[in-house]
Ligand binder design. Structure first.
Ligand SMILES: Cc1cc2nc3c(=O)[nH]c(=O)nc-3n(C[C@H](O)[C@H](O)[C@H](O)COP(=O)(O)OP(=O)(O)OC[C@H]3O[C@@H](n4cnc5c(N)ncnc54)[C@H](O)[C@@H]3O)c2cc1C
Length: 473
């Protein structure tokens, strides 16, 4: 059972991190206590911002001895409230935003060692400076930090080709709840020496320890990129195109993102500098991207031929292949602004689900009907990483409805959606994690044995339950 921190403990923690590393309640704490969706608001008597692993360890030794709970935070871009402390104000927030060092690259081993607070965009840049690719890529990459990305096992737009965050890491350094440092910073691609401990911490959402360092796996830098914006009649046409693109392009197929017309309309109305790449509207779109290490200009003719055949055979309504890197980026803007573009249209009830790609069309038909029945006029805006079977099944409120009255229906609507996902063999959290948002919801869908094993692991690593309590379990 965790305790409220005493003033003595708070002063001792401040001494460890120094005046630049501690924030008492006040306006400077604000950015750490609210989150992107404005759904959770926390409170804390102290934010500590350690500058080294040793400082993290010293902080945890004190909090552990005093039975005080802690909440790790990276870039605060998480979408399930995992990084926000309890509003009661008894938990210490530990931010890694001062641990941003990017170490030396090992070109021969294709690895890069970074501190837990390194920002994803900076890691990508450091790899690119050595002609290497760090392939993890998501719209929050300018703020999300590697400790948070690994703790949520983040996905993003390149999973189709390179896998989730879990697949991008070879070694970790973690500070355990009692302050012990586990140095697993090894850059080995083969290491069958017992349980893979790093995999315990990846996706644990800060409930088992604090990730303070990582050895990341790098890839060859593609030389050739091409993207196309494709108009389609239905999700099943998109799934058919995905299967054909896989056969035609194999490893070169790196992104395959689904966008509904309603989502594109929201983006075009919210961001007037962006333009519809196609002349006429289509019910659905996919953004397809290919990349390879071959010479620039190799992929574009192949993609044009592939899509041209689709148009001739009536499988594709229309398509445009980007003629420049600028145009390719503008296609990506249309995809990446989708979440933000929903805000002016009222409240949104959001889901992050995955299913076998073959089930997605059926799911959308059934789910749309069910939510319309539950809330007439509801506006589905399902979009996302179709290539991974991952949809953000977002539901915007009916026009003219009171926002709060709509958001109050979140539990009932989510139950309908999640029951259907479960029935169809899918997951209710594809890439965002459970955090606070889905902590109770998951109990309906995971088997008793899975929940029991998770609890036993949690107890073995964090017997006092002080590491990010109330999240995941
Ligand atoms: C616009 C936008 C787009 C997004 N797109 C995607 C997407 O495409 N794919 C995707 O997967 N996610 C996406 N996200 C969600 C989010 O960016 C990811 O979950 C990201 O991995 C969170 O990283 P962070 O550093 O911000 O972590 P935070 O939000 O700070 O924390 C997330 C969780 O990790 C824990 N944590 C943080 N740092 C550490 C650490 N060092 N050690 C242990 N635990 C830690 C926290 O306690 C919390 O439980 C998006 C978010 C936004 C705002």
């Amino acid at each position: 059972m965790s305790r409220k921190p005493t003033e003595d403990l708070l002063s001792a923690l401040e001494q460890i991190v120094g005046p630049n590393g501690a924030l008492r309640p006040g306006p400077d704490q604000e950015p750490y206590l609210t989150e992107w969706r404005d759904k959770y608001r926390g409170a804390t008597p102290l934010i500590v911002r350690p500058a080294t692993t040793q400082e993290v360890s010293r902080v945890l030794k004190l909090t552990y001895a005093a039975n005080v709970a802690v909440v790790p935070q990276g870039g605060n871009t998480g979408l399930v409230g995992g990084q926000i402390p309890d509003p009661a104000g008894h938990e210490i927030l530990i931010s890694l935003d001062r641990m941003t060092r990017i170490g030396a690259i090992d070109v021969a081993n294709n690895t890069l060692t970074v501190e837990g607070g390194a920002v994803l965009a900076d890691i990508q840049k450091a790899a690119a400076e050595h002609d290497r690719l760090f392939p993890l890529s998501l719209a929050s990459e300018g703020s999300a930090r590697i400790g948070g990305l690994l703790s949520t096992n983040a996905g993003g737009t390149n999973v189709l080709r390179y896998g989730n965050a879990r697949e991008q890491v070879l070694g970790l350094e973690v500070v355990l709840p009692d302050g012990t440092v586990w140095d697993g910073l090894r850059g080995l691609r083969k290491d069958n020496t017992g349980y893979d401990l790093k995999d315990l911490f990846i996706g644990a959402e800060g409930t088992l320890g604090i990730i303070t360092g990582a050895v990341l796996k790098l890839q060859s830098m593609p030389r050739d990129y091409v993207a196309a914006f494709v108009g389609l009649r239905s999700p099943s046409a998109a799934i058919d195109l995905l299967a054909r693109a896989r056969s035609s392009f194999d490893q070169a197929l790196s992104c395959f993102e689904l966008i509904p017309r309603r989502g594109l309309d929201f983006v075009l109305q919210s961001f007037t500098d962006l333009k519809d790449p196609l002349d006429a509207p289509h019910p659905w779109y996919v953004l397809v991207e290919l990349s390879s290490t071959e010479s620039p200009g190799t992929l574009a003719p192949r993609l044009e031929e592939f899509l041209g055949a689709g148009v001739e055979e009536g499988r594709v309504e229309n398509a445009v292949v980007a003629q420049s890197d600028g145009q390719r980026q503008s296609f990506w803007q249309l995809r990446e602004r989708l979440s933000e573009a929903q805000k002016p249209f009222g409240g949104s009830i959001k889901h992050d689900i995955s299913l076998p790609a073959s089930q997605i069309s059926d799911f959308l038909n059934r789910a749309n009907q069910m939510v319309e029945q539950a809330c007439p006029g509801i506006r589905p805006v399902p979009f996302g990483h179709l290539g991974d079977g991952n949809l953000h099944y977002n539901l915007t409120q009916p026009e003219g409805m009171d926002k709060q009255a709509f958001l109050d229906q979140w539990p009932q609507i989510s139950r309908i959606v999640h029951d259907l996902v479960h029935e169809m063999g899918g997951s209710i959290s594809a890439e965002h994690g459970l955090g606070q948002l889905k902590r109770d919801e998951i109990k309906h869908y995971k088997s008793d044995i899975e929940i029991d094993l998770m609890r036993r692991i949690k107890y073995a690593v964090d017997p006092k339950g002080l590491m990010n309590p109330g999240k995941v379990l």
